[in-house]
Design a protein around this ligand. Sequence first.
Ligand code: ATP
Length: 201
Amino acid sequence: MGEGVERIGVFGGTFDPIHVGHLVAAVNVRHALGLDSVLMVVAGEPWQKIGARAITPAEDRYAMVEAAVQGVPGLEASRIEVDRPQESYTADTLEALLAARPGVRLFLIIGQDVAGRLHTWKRPADVARLSTLVIVNRPVAGVTAEVDLPGWDVQHVTIPPLAVSSSELRRRASQGQPLDYLVPDAALRCIRERGLYAGGR
Ligand code: ATP
């Protein structure tokens, strides 16, 4: 898509499980900003979430993401953090992507809920230096509408608001409620094959 500098979206997440909110965000940011591709970067060790609850193994989460993006133009599953044997820091990921593809421009995609927590990340100044931050709206209770991020190159993309979250889907699965249409079909098949989330019934 386009000419000149390659423009790549980097959309990191635990994806436990991947859901329509993630995919709608990725597809719409790619469209709005004319990105060549969006990498769905599966967190290997989501250090900010470990301890709070049991995280589904990285290979299972990667398999769900890979299944979900198969056949979707411009979306790719990335193993870059799954294959790195330590905690997942976005600054390291951006550096590795730039080293592998010199000259590309990186767009780091996050939901509005994450924008208010960027100061808790490791090396936030490096993240700000290495990427353009793309913030998408997300209907989550208690999230402030605007976050002041001095020193960051920020773009906002408005997407159809979808009040779906992985935690809500895990809760639904644990109560035997259906995940259909909230999780893409291919990822749901993967959930059933691997017996994740009590089989995703
Ligand atoms: P959990 O409920 O377990 O915290 P989650 O649904 O927030 O999970 P993550 O994998 O943690 O999913 O999110 C990855 C990225 O996707 C984050 O930047 C998050 O803000 C964004 N995101 C998740 N769900 C949505 C949604 N419904 N709309 C817009 N962005 C979303």
